[in-house]
Design a protein around this ligand. Structure first.
Ligand code: PLP
Length: 415
């Protein structure tokens, strides 16, 4: 049977450091905290080098030694491409900066970076014999679970807040999962998943309540390091909900340093939230190590509307250790940035991605980010999955086309 040459050794409680077996099903540790996968990094470093990566296909599985899957036949694939890092000439002009880059995760299967975490989690669930999974979602993770679950032949139950973008709900349903809208927030949906465990016998794949979504998200850090020729940016701005991506990238950088592929220099990690739901920002500003439940959470950036994150302490640790910070932006600034970057750079950002651009503008103005820093923003999903302004101009081919009027209308919508 073909193996994938993983170097995973065990799982470790992120608080107590207690060890758990790697090849068994786990949710949280006995202490109720996330479990992190650990690897024999010395053996990994002897087995693979930077040059070897270059001959592999441009996909997430090129980092297989850093991932936990043992048997190649357990890998569930939908085409997990490497996502491009693109300059933003518009933001560079507007902010007077020389290097603003956007990593566009909207190119992944199901249109968001959730594919990374879910591809790895579902592959492991398949390897460990799971037949039914459940998840709370703000939309994108559920869409990914539906697709990967169907592909793997594993049944999925998905619960989302009732104002989740309808396209996500339709997509989840159409891709073969069972989905319900719930008159609550994502933490209320999470409670349904936890409460239903005994009656429904499903495996809880909530963010950080199973150990492998973070391993998939870790590939964002490995990938961006490789794409930037192992020279990490000065600052990374990440739209933070549950924070898996930020924690995953931080873990990637630690593993890369341990095997000698990068040095000790780290990007300053900036956790970006919306002013209507900013528990991590509040905890950061107050010097707390855990965040409080955010009341009346609201923002149009659905993916970052997470009032309580189980990995809050891991997000705050990473941000602080990196010398970064957490900041919040208003929906108005988010939507203005989304419109501008989309129109001027030809990059259809999702609102969460636009939040990182709005945060950059805000923090260049406050001086917390300087204009000469090399900055990387994350656009975590395709803007195609969100509501857009509509256009219903129409031409009747039965009538002569009035090009003067056409020109006038075009001028009316010019940038
Ligand atoms: C588009 C988008 N951006 C950001 C996030 C937040 O991701 P994380 O849970 O890694 O903080 C989500 C999560 O749903 C999302 O869908």
């Amino acid at each position: 049977m073909p193996t994938t040459k993983t170097f995973v050794t065990h799982l470790e409680c992120s608080v107590t450091g207690d060890r758990y077996a790697a090849d068994e099903l786990h949710n949280l540790s006995a202490a109720g905290k996330p479990l992190l996968a650990r690897y024999d990094l010395d053996a990994l470093a002897r087995s693979v080098n930077k040059q070897m990566l270059q001959s592999r296909p441009p996909e997430l599985w090129r980092y297989r030694e850093f991932l936990p899957i043992r048997q190649a036949h357990d890998i569930v694939r939908l085409g997990e491409v490497m996502t491009p890092i693109l300059a933003s000439p518009y933001l560079q002009r507007r902010l007077g900066m020389s290097s603003v880059m956007i990593k566009d995760e909207g190119r992944l299967p199901t249109g968001s970076f959730k594919a990374r975490g879910v591809a790895v989690a579902v592959s492991m669930a398949k390897a460990l014999g799971v037949t039914r999974m459940a998840m709370p979602t703000n939309g994108n993770a559920g869409a990914a679970l539906a697709a990967y679950g169907s592909r793997a032949g594993i049944e999925s139950y998905i619960f989302c807040p009732d104002d989740t973008p309808q396209i996500n709900v339709n997509e989840i349903n159409f891709q073969g999962a069972h989905v319900w809208k719930v008159n609550g927030l994502i933490n209320d949906c999470g409670r349904i998943v936890a409460d239903g465990k005994a009656a429904m016998n499903w495996f809880d794949v909530s963010t950080l309540k199973e150990p492998y979504r973070i391993e998939g998200k870790k590939t964002m850090g490995l990938e961006l390091a490789e794409q930037l020729n192992w020279q990490l940016p000065d600052v990374i701005l990440y739209p933070t909900g549950g924070g898996t991506g930020l924690i995953g990238m931080w873990k990637a950088f630690a593993e890369l340093e341990a095997i000698g592929w990068i040095g000790p220099k780290r990007p300053r990690m900036v956790a970006v939230q919306a002013s209507g739901c900013a528990p991590i920002v509040k905890a950061f500003n107050e010097g707390q190590s855990h965040a409080e439940l955010w009341q009346n959470a609201h923002t149009q950036a659905a993916g970052i509307r997470v009032p309580a994150a189980i990995g809050d302490f891991l997000i705050l640790d990473a941000v602080r250790q990196s010398g970064g910070f957490a900041c919040a932006v208003d929906d108005e600034a988010i939507l203005e940035m989304q419109a501008q970057v989309t129109r001027q750079d030809g990059l259809l950002l999702c609102p969460e991605g636009a939040a990182t651009a709005a945060a950059l503008a805000q923090e260049v103005a406050t001086g917390r980010i300087s204009k000469d820093e090399r900055v990387l923003l994350f656009n975590c999903a395709s803007g195609l999955k969100y509501p857009m302004p509509t256009n219903d101009r129409y031409l009747d081919i039965g009538q002569p086309i009035d090009f003067a009027q056409l020109q006038q209308q075009a001028a009316g919508s010019a940038r």
